[in-house]
Design a protein around this ligand. Structure first.
Ligand code: SF4
Length: 62
């Protein structure tokens, strides 16, 4: 799976990072960034995308 963040929509709320710090990290620019292609330990990427209040996360099958 491939994951993208729409930086124009992201508010930097940190929910994605909280759910999966292996993959998401909110930077000093207050936008979340993809920091690795790893799997998330505790949550599915699609589940995290659904939790994003701004619908800024897109998950695609490769
Ligand atoms: S959950 Fe959505 S809005 Fe919040 S930091 Fe992550 S991508 Fe941005």
């Amino acid at each position: 799976m491939k994951v993208y963040i729409d930086e124009d929509l992201c508010t930097g709320c940190g929910i994605c990072e909280e759910m999966c710090p292996e993959v998401f990290q909110v930077g000093d620019d207050e936008v979340s960034h993809i920091i690795s292609e790893d799997e998330c330990e505790e949550h599915d990427l699609r589940e995290i995308a659904e939790e994003c209040p701004s619908e800024a996360i897109t998950v695609e099958d490769e």
